[in-house]
Design a protein around this ligand. Sequence first.
Ligand SMILES: Cc1cc2nc3c(=O)[nH]c(=O)nc-3n(C[C@H](O)[C@H](O)[C@H](O)COP(=O)(O)OP(=O)(O)OC[C@H]3O[C@@H](n4cnc5c(N)ncnc54)[C@H](O)[C@@H]3O)c2cc1C
Length: 394
Amino acid sequence: MKEIIVIGGGPAGLMASITAAEGGGRVMILEKNSEAGRKILSTGNGRCNFTNRHMDACCYNTDDRKRMMAVIDAFGNEALIDFFRDLGVMTTERDGWCYPASLSAESIQLALISRAERLGVKIKGGKTVRAIRKKTNRFLVDTDGYSYESDAVILSTGGLAAPGSGSSGDGFSFLSELGVGLIDPSPALVPLVTEDSFLKKASGVRVDAGLTLLIEGKEAGSSYGNLQITDFGISGIPVFQLSSKAVRALDQGKDVEIAVDLLPEIDESAIYEYMQMAAESLKETDMTWLLVSGFFPRKLAKALMGKSMTIGEWDGRPPRTRGIVLRIKGSKGFGSAQTTSGGVPFSELSCDLSIKGIPGLFVCGEIVDVDGICGGYNLQWAFSSGHAAGKGVL
Ligand SMILES: Cc1cc2nc3c(=O)[nH]c(=O)nc-3n(C[C@H](O)[C@H](O)[C@H](O)COP(=O)(O)OP(=O)(O)OC[C@H]3O[C@@H](n4cnc5c(N)ncnc54)[C@H](O)[C@@H]3O)c2cc1C
């Protein structure tokens, strides 16, 4: 019976363990935290958006979309929904975003742990791995005070996002020591820091908006959703969706901007006509109030007008609501990120997700150079790649 050590008991490591144990492997998980799958509990605001009905390569950033999709297609969204149903976890969905019907991430965490334990997987919590060593055809895995031995190792230590949950980049260090080439990791699904802009005066406001990412002045992506205006810049799902590309471009020294359309479905001229019409018919003289009553929260209306003003002070021009260009300076970093861009490129991997030139060493999950947009794509990748590594290791 093949002895397999899985380093890191997140969603990828748990799925890899289950698949390997189902195939007859003897599996042990070494997990830094006292319990496995702790990060799962904070996903989807505690509800765990574990996959999406719409699965497409364009929902991911990676160095090799074709090979990434081959891994996802082998254990895709429908297979994952069936897998959880077979464990007693029903699915509910909103606009294709899939959650456990309990709307509690704990359902997913516990289903994975109990399936693994029923298959005989030993989950050792509170074990931080310090090094991986190759010893002829075996591996030595060093923890504080004890060295474990196995035929194969699956490395699923995650990336650098949300380091408080245990994933602090240890896997990248182990791989670098073994001579594996990595793409520099950077934060993804992360709030963005902007240069000073009048919009910061509306800090705290949330508003539905359309965003366009501009890299060196050229359109590089767009998104729509609930924008959060903050004192440092911008946040919220539409910002996260563009953040991976934005941060990568900044790392390459490129100019990055985001153009904000506050009312993409309404023309600025329509806002102007409304203000004129309402000023006449309502006999209202406070122009900021007209913007508030018609379209925006007061703080944002004031930021758009420059200040509170009466009709007498108004220059008769519509406030700027479209193409508000924000210059992006950086991101809020790994501490505020939901995932990691970069990591192990597919060029270092065989089709079964083993490292080329190191037989028996596999990787899966966030450690691989795959990052998805919001909507369940990152957990789907963790589960699909965990499944691939768990099969490949046997
Ligand atoms: C706040 C938040 C919300 C999110 N929401 C969603 C969502 O709704 N949908 C979605 O698809 N994705 C979401 N994500 C992303 C998703 O959680 C990750 O993509 C996923 O957890 C990655 O799985 P993983 O198993 O590769 O890594 P991780 O989940 O990071 O697991 C890695 C594990 O390895 C352990 N470990 C690390 N180093 C060592 C070591 N040296 N020794 C032993 N153990 C070690 C860690 O403690 C950890 O348990 C969210 C992320 C965050 C932070």
